[in-house]
Design a protein around this ligand. Structure first.
Ligand code: GLC
Ligand code: CA
Length: 567
């Protein structure tokens, strides 16, 4: 593995870190889903003032940056990923002044802020979309989105039979200003999320304005939602859904940029333009792409002349197994070295079943994403919660020792589980409503955090919680784990602190472990990491124990445990 960045000396102060243009390369980034983090005014919805109040918690946790999921005005048709106005704050969760205060408090604590940008689609309440509806077919207003006439004698059939990501058709028919059924618009996601036309120069200019707006307000970086979707080719005869499915590479998409709406080569022209804007700031603004593309094509997004970094979801998708983890780590580091980026490691986010739960699911389940469980919903009794947490902690200590940046999702530091059995009436996710009886959606990882063991909404706020919290949340609360030796929270705190001290060059060296289910590697400076993925204890290698994910017995490393040692 090659060294791709200057050293980050262990004694670097937080002031240096804030000014360092390479701060992102090995950062621990904590994702906040704002409506479920902390509620300052007791209306049941997490808000920006709630985040500001928890900055001391984030500082103590030891994260380098916060990635804030969308906080813009939104009807929440898709949890805020349906944006009404890209340059404002949702009045339900705060104001621009609250935003400024939050940024100031984070920066004061030495924590960067990464804002979530949603460029593929706006919401259907966005002023431009409303103008497009009123202006009618052929108008410049309509050209900012993707409107087409339908097929069939009266245009009554959608332009293609493509299916949206959340289920149902990818086209929605509008009523024209004259009251007649008219054109159709494209929405890769929900109908409330019309896709922009990125060939339109106004769209491009407007996003540059947005990126400047937040950069000027102190935002340090951006997470780019659906970065692989922006450009489309809808000219000529369009393929059917069956034709697209047939051409899809077995597991991970198209390899040649020929898909009409995913991962087209032209998308990188957009990011090259963004990069110029990002680099006009000091330190340059960073960006990380959410791009579910073929592994061979991810480096284009992570290129230094593009977004600079891309999410690598392979660890999230891997079995809890030594060979799989080693393969993913090796591949991820190689890819990062190729693009000049650093790798990213992710186990949980707001779209997948929490990893403490995934790792405790019966083996008949899809082991990685918990997809089957997510599809039908599951009770807590089906999960081996103890095993899941134990493995999750071991996996996390493995992750936090890898070169590159680690993306953590709010609540994972508590070992929190998915709430798989929310009542249907409480659910909010469009993938639940658009797939009746087939999918339960992603609300189970978005339930408001438990801060205390009693009280209304377990300390989330003075009122209720917008998604119901189960009684067992009490056992996972911050209060119950704070200063409790051996708690998951204390393990995260210790690991993040040590990581800052131990992390230097972006390199690792695999060691021979002598066991099929044991992985061992060394980072420069004598930091040795050993994970036992098996069930049986193995001998503990020599060295000073710095941290372990479960209690060690004498000289053995128990199953599903990671230990950090110093040689
Ligand atoms: C991304 C987000 C997801 C959202 C979708 C549409 O995948 O992570 O939450 O539903 O984009 O914006
Ligand atoms: Ca609130």
């Amino acid at each position: 593995m090659s060294v791709t960045s200057p050293l980050r000396p262990a004694d670097q102060t937080s002031v240096d870190r804030m000014a360092d243009p390479n701060w992102w390369r090995q950062a621990a980034v904590y994702q906040i889903y704002p409506r479920s983090f902390a509620d300052a005014n007791g209306d049941g919805i997490g808000d920006l003032q709630g985040i500001t109040a928890k900055v001391p918690y984030l500082r103590e946790l030891g994260v380098d940056a916060v990635w804030l999921s969308p906080f813009y005005p939104s009807a929440l048709a898709d949890g805020g990923y349906d944006v009404d106005d890209y340059r404002d704050v949702d009045p339900k969760i705060g104001t621009l002044e609250d935003f400024d205060r939050m940024v100031a408090a984070l920066h004061e604590a030495g924590i960067k802020l990464i804002a979530d940008i949603v460029p593929n689609h706006s919401s259907n309440r966005h002023a431009w979309f409303q103008e497009a509806l009123t202006a009618g077919p052929g108008s410049p207003e309509r050209d900012r989105y993707i409107f087409r006439d339908g097929r069939g004698e009266h245009g009554e059939l959608p332009p293609t039979d493509w299916e949206s990501v959340f289920g149902g058709p990818m086209w929605h028919r509008v009523t024209e200003p004259d009251g007649q059924p008219g054109q159709w618009y494209l929405h890769i996601f929900a109908p409330e999320q019309p896709d922009f036309n990125w060939q339109n120069r106004q769209v491009r200019e407007d996003f540059l304005t947005t990126l400047r707006f937040w950069s000027d307000r102190g935002v340090d970086g951006f997470r780019i939602d659906v970065a692989h979707g922006l450009t489309k080719n809808l000219e000529g005869a369009l393929p059917t859904k069956a034709e697209l499915d047939a051409r899809k590479h077995a597991t991970d998409g198209f390899v040649d940029g020929s898909h009409p709406y995913w991962d087209r080569d032209e998308v990188h022209e957009i990011y090259a333009e963004w990069r110029k804007l990002f680099d006009s700031y000091d330190p340059p603004r960073t960006a990380v792409a959410e791009a579910w593309v073929h592994a061979d094509r991810l480096a284009r997004y992570a290129h230094p002349e593009g977004l600079g970094q891309a999410f690598n979801f392979d660890l999230l998708l891997a079995d809890f197994d030594a060979a799989s983890f080693r393969e993913v780590a090796t591949k991820g580091l190689d890819e990062a070295a190729r693009s000049g980026a650093s790798s990213t490691w992710v186990f949980s986010n707001h779209d997948v079943v929490r990893h403490a739960t995934r790792y405790g699911l019966p083996v008949t389940e899809h082991p990685h994403t918990g997809k089957d469980w997510l599809l039908r919903g599951g009770a807590r009794s089906e999960v081996d919660t103890e095993l899941g947490e134990r493995r999750a902690r071991a996996a996390t200590l493995f992750q936090l020792a890898l070169p590159g940046s680690a993306y953590l999702y709010q609540g994972e530091e508590l070992g929190l589980h998915e709430v798989g059995d929310l009542p249907d009436s409480a659910r909010q996710d469009p993938s639940f409503y658009r797939n009746p009886g087939k999918e339960i959606g992603r609300d189970g990882c978005r339930v408001p955090l438990p801060w205390s063991s009693q009280g209304p909404s377990f300390g989330f706020g003075d009122g209720g919680a917008h998604l119901p919290q189960p009684a067992w949340f009490a056992d996972y609360s911050v209060q119950s784990q704070d200063s409790t030796a051996g708690s998951t929270l204390e393990m995260y705190r210790a690991a993040l602190k040590l990581r800052r001290e131990l992390q230097t060059e972006e390199r690792l060296h695999w060691l021979v472990s002598g066991h099929e289910q044991v992985l061992s590697f060394e980072r420069p400076g004598g930091w040795v990491v050993v994970t036992n993925f098996g069930n049986e204890p193995v001998d503990l290698p020599a060295g000073e124990v710095l941290l372990a994910s479960s209690e060690l017995n004498e000289a053995t490393l128990p199953g599903a445990t990671t230990v950090w040692l110093r040689h």
